[in-house]
Design a protein around this ligand. Structure first.
Ligand code: AMP
Length: 458
């Protein structure tokens, strides 16, 4: 039997009802904050993630699904075409040998663009922002919902294909994209969203990772502090200590933690502007009543973050307790060759969000309002009636006229329908139908024109 690949999974009904429930709530909340949807491709050129997310991050160095694309046409195909051309022109080999050589070299250069399944969506959104010059619209408030891919060790709450719901606020500084008001608004929106989904016991952890200028001094201090201790750390940390010391804070190896505890923190290196910005964010959050705690170890596993960085965790999720994460990325657009465009965003792990819900799939699923049971030879009449009822926005399950009445009742009950509607020859003649409430057992005769109202309980 061929099974879904390790780390991937099928989402089946009725569980998909929970996913739809989440996505509908999310779209509703995003609309209230005036965000609009963006959809970017699920694969991009590898370079985008290497430059955006950072070479030294776990995502880029270990977890990406990367492959070399074939060129527009294969080498075999090109050689065949060349042979045909040579034959047509009737030229001897030695006369066109140099041309053939040149064409082969060109084919070699044309093939093999490195592509990657997106491991996250912010880099793609910023690439689109640059490509379509979205800065001309002022402040962009964009959201996405879609699959992401990382080759991580699969476990509960961690998949190789997982889904993220994210949003980005990005634009020229003149449009207010740098304001702490935007950071606070995004965080308040997230609190509203979680409350709306009745996920109550979340914890917002907040930090400032400073500007790239703040980080120069911090990285220097980190490097110095790591120098005498790095040999006692894991191989990853030994490498990070040299290439990108900030990433040492991503380390999960238990033995390294006591050493990491002694390292300097970014908070001690924040410049005046970063500190003021961070204080302003906290002030607004306090004013609007969003609770948070400060965590000066929080640096997030992606290089593009600057200043505000945050995570929402949820107790019920166990080891993989981060339900969402995000932060500012004021330099990302420029790092990708675009204009200056400060921004802030987040990504919610939708798989984990669904796991944290109190709702059950059965609870949010809309069961059929009515099961239309066709008696012998009545498939056409039953279909006509079902079509009328569906136009009234009722959920209708349609049976089959080969079913005996008993089987129709069983099918209606199994589908969880509220009513069963009998469509027999006599009913069609009378233009009035037997409608039975499957829970109370009450049965009434209802005229065609009154069926929808009756089923809806009016
Ligand atoms: P990140 O893009 O790493 O900042 O992750 C943002 C959120 O995506 C995390 O807080 C998780 O909820 C979710 N997430 C990240 N990686 C995975 C994964 N492999 N499986 C499921 N959810 C994930």
């Amino acid at each position: 039997m061929i099974k879904a690949v390790r780390g991937t999974r099928d989402l089946l009904p009725p569980e998909t009802a929970l996913w739809n429930f989440v996505e509908a709530a999310v779209r509703d909340v995003f609309r209230a904050y005036n965000f609009q949807e963006i959809r970017t491709p699920i694969f991009e050129s590898t370079e985008l993630f290497a430059r955006g997310v950072g070479e030294e991050t776990d995502i880029v160095s270990k977890e990406m699904y990367t492959w070399e694309d074939r060129g527009a046409f294969s080498r075999d195909e090109a050689e065949k075409r060349l042979d045909e051309l040579q034959e047509k022109l009737g030229l001897p080999d030695h006369e066109i040998r140099d041309h053939i050589k040149l064409v082969k070299v060109l084919i070699g250069e044309g093939k093999g663009q490195s592509l990657t399944l997106r491991p996250e969506n912010t880099a793609g959104v910023v690439r689109a922002y640059i490509q379509h010059d979205l800065g001309k619209n002022g402040l962009n408030k964009l959201y996405y919902i879609g699959p992401q891919f990382r080759r991580e060790r699969p476990q509960k709450g961690r998949y190789r294909q997982f889904y993220q719901i994210g949003a980005e606020v990005i634009g020229p500084a003149s449009a207010g994209s740098e304001s702490p008001a935007r950071d606070a608004e995004v965080l308040e929106m997230l609190a509203t969203l979680l409350d709306r989904l009745r996920i109550t016991d979340w914890n917002l952890e907040l930090n400032s990772v400073g500007t790239s200028a703040d980080r120069v001094a911090f990285n220097e201090a980190l490097r110095k502090a790591l120098e005498p201790v790095k040999d006692r750390m894991c191989a990853d940390c030994q490498r990070r200590a040299v290439t990108n010391p900030l990433r040492v804070f991503d380390c999960k190896v238990p033995e390294d933690q006591p050493i990491i505890e002694t390292l300097p923190r970014i908070t001690q290196f924040l410049g005046e502007d970063s500190r003021k910005h961070f204080e302003a964010v906290q002030e607004i959050l306090t004013k609007v009543g969003v609770r948070f705690s400060l965590n000066d170890r929080l640096v997030r596993g992606l290089d593009y973050y600057t200043r505000t960085a945050f995570e929402f965790t949820h107790g019920a999720l166990g080891a993989q307790n981060a339900i969402l994460g995000g932060g500012r990325y004021d330099g990302l657009s420029e790092a990708l060759g675009g204009p200056a465009a400060p921004g802030i965003g987040f990504a919610i792990g939708e798989d984990r969000l669904v796991m944290s819900l109190k709702e059950t799939a059965e609870g949010v699923l809309r069961k059929p309002d009515v099961y239309v049971a066709a008696m012998a030879g009545m498939n056409g009449e039953a279909a006509r009636l079902a079509r009328e009822l569906r136009r009234h926005d009722l959920v209708v399950e349609l049976g089959d006229d080969s079913f005996r009445l008993k089987k129709s009742f069983e099918a209606a009950t199994k589908a969880g329908a509220k009513y069963i509607l009998i469509v027999g020859e006599n009913e069609v003649k009378a233009d009035a139908f037997a409608l039975k409430n499957l829970s109370s057992g009450e049965q009434v005769q209802v005229a065609r024109g009154e069926l929808a109202g009756k089923i809806r309980g009016q």
